[in-house]
Write a protein that binds this ligand. Structure first.
Ligand code: A3P
Length: 296
């Protein structure tokens, strides 16, 4: 058992990481890594659609051709920069580098804040994030299994989870967005109109795809398609990290599942914190699928 990593939540510079997959030494080096103009960073708080953006970016890069992306896992094509094994390779990785990250703005490579590279920030309504994260904690071997939903609710609200506090994460990135080449997208707008979101991403990245190629990107990035695509859905990730018997990473993929989990009291408490913490940010969230008409 000597080589089994000890996965513990630990704080580094005010942010929660997991020992065994994140090393403080490599995180510190990352901050000073040189950023290239061709770098693309997708930044998310956990459970906001990171895997979805990995698939979208891979497919845009492949001009909608799934056979190109079939040869490799998306998580290898668009790796998490802060995972120790990837952080070590980041500096020497060939261009163009596509990365995903949950880092807070103040620990991310500083070059991004000199308008080098591009940042796509994907936000999701935080009640659905909470619920998705709760289920993920049960699946992920690297995270402590919650005793019950209420215990996890409290941990999330206090920011005692990997990724720390949702409110801090979005506030940090959003209030510094003008220092970066920055695109803000929401999970809910991707659910509502995936084609429009893909077009927005292409335009931001300066990628020119024809109608058919865009249609193919959209087709291969739907929840149903990704659920059945082993390169996209993390089903091949080692059992030592995810317990596939407990559930699927691609769980529900919808808006408003929080209504099946939060009690009235928890919801009122959440709303109060949300109003206090978000009042200075000009951001609106969609809280239920019935708030919009899905475009096909
Ligand atoms: P649920 O647990 O609510 O289903 P992340 O990659 O940041 O961990 O986010 C995972 C969440 O995004 C999961 O949410 C997952 O189902 C959802 N997701 C991934 N791909 C999706 C897609 N194509 N359409 C809708 N939701 C998607």
């Amino acid at each position: 058992m000597a080589d089994t990593p000890d996965f513990q939540l630990y704080q580094h510079k005010g942010f929660y990481f997991i020992s065994g997959i994140h090393s403080a030494e490599d995180l510190d080096k990352l901050k000073d890594c040189e950023i290239r103009d061709t770098d693309i960073f997708t930044i998310t708080y956990p459970k906001s659609g990171t895997i979805w953006m990995q698939q979208i970016l891979c497919l845009i890069d492949a001009k909608g051709d799934l056979s190109v992306t079939d040869k490799r896992l998306n998580a290898d094509r668009v790796p998490w920069v802060e995972l120790t094994e990837n952080a070590k390779k980041f500096d020497s990785a060939p261009s163009p580098r596509m990365q995903v990250s949950h880092l807070p703005y103040y620990l991310a490579p500083q070059g991004l804040r000199q308008k080098k590279g591009k940042v796509i920030y994907v936000a999701r309504n935080p009640k659905d994030v909470l619920v998705s994260y709760y289920h993920f904690h049960k699946l992920a071997v690297i995270m402590e299994t919650p005793k019950d939903f209420n215990e996890f609710f409290n941990k999330f609200m206090e920011g005692r989870v990997c990724g720390s506090c949702w409110f801090d994460h979005i506030t940090g990135w959003y209030t510094h967005k003008d220092e970066m080449n920055f695109l803000y997208l929401t999970y809910e707008e991707m659910i509502q109109d995936l084609k429009a979101a893909v077009l927005k991403i292409c335009s931001f990245l300066g990628k020119q795809l024809d109608e058919q190629q865009i249609a193919n990107v959209v087709k291969h990035c739907t929840f149903e398609q990704m659920k059945n695509n082993l390169n996209a859905n993390y089903e091949t990730i080692s059992e030592s990290l995810l317990n596939h018997k407990i559930g699927k990473f691609m769980r529900k993929g919808t808006v408003g599942d929080w209504k099946n989990h939060l009690t009235v009291t928890q919801n009122e408490m959440f709303d109060q914190v949300f109003q206090e913490r978000m009042r200075k940010l000009p951001l609106k969230f969609v809280w239920d699928i019935s708030e919009f008409k899905i475009c096909s």
